[in-house]
Design a protein around this ligand. Structure first.
Ligand SMILES: [Fe+2]
Length: 220
């Protein structure tokens, strides 16, 4: 099992406030059978710079890797909030998942206008493949604006336990808008989110297998 969206790095964001928090998360992930984790701390372009973020993330990654006594392989990534002008940032490609061109993008909760949607096309034009984080969080009215764009979609396993979001997940899977499932773990919900990621196999069946196969291609 591979988790491609996970807030587990110590003090890199609000996912973990200490190394102990991160170790608790890691041990639980291991207990539920996760073999690889792409660590995706939040990057908010409006109050952080890419340089500062990368320094903080890499330090946290090294700190956790040094004490990781599970067999879980850790990879570097980020969850990047989409804002206009994002693609113009010089080092934007460094926010892609380690050794790849895949970038995890978090959409704002406000209405997505054309300027914002153009930003996705701009990211693609510089060679990035855009994965929309927890696509089920957004209404179909919003999500259909993404259909003309060649994006990939990621769902959070725990959303399968919320009626509205589970309904959206079914709909978005039918419309081939979902490519990945992940935990989106933070310290306040790590136990349930890892558990749900494991259990989602029984809810999603062959779709789950496909999502995990897709995830495996990100970490070669
Ligand atoms: Fe997240």
């Amino acid at each position: 099992m591979i988790d491609i969206h996970c807030h587990i790095l110590p003090k890199a964001d609000h996912g973990s406030y200490s190394l102990e928090d991160s170790l608790k998360q890691l041990k639980t992930a291991h207990k539920y059978g996760i073999k690889s984790i792409i660590c995706t701390p939040h990057f908010y372009p409006f109050n952080d710079s890419i340089d500062k973020f990368l320094t903080r993330r890499d330090k946290a990654y090294d700190e956790l890797s040094a004490v990781n006594d599970t067999e879980i392989k850790l990879y570097k990534g980020a969850e990047v909030r989409l804002v206009t002008g994002l693609s113009k940032q010089k080092k934007i490609k460094k926010l892609a998942f380690e050794n790849s061109n895949y970038i995890l993008i978090e959409m704002p909760s406000s209405i997505w206008n054309n300027m914002l949607l153009n930003e996705i096309a701009n990211l693609q034009s510089i060679g990035l493949t855009v994965i929309i984080a927890h696509i089920e969080r957004y209404s179909f009215r919003q999500v259909q604006k993404l259909m003309a764009l060649d994006v990939l979609g990621q769902i959070n396993a725990y959303s399968l336990y919320s009626p509205v979001q589970a309904w959206r997940i079914r709909k978005y899977i039918r419309k081939s808008m979902v490519d990945f499932i992940a935990s989106d773990t933070h310290i306040y919900n790590y136990f349930l989110t890892f558990r749900f990621l494991k259990k989602s196999r029984f809810i999603l069946g062959s779709s789950y297998t496909k999502f995990m196969d897709n995830a495996a291609k990100l970490i070669v």
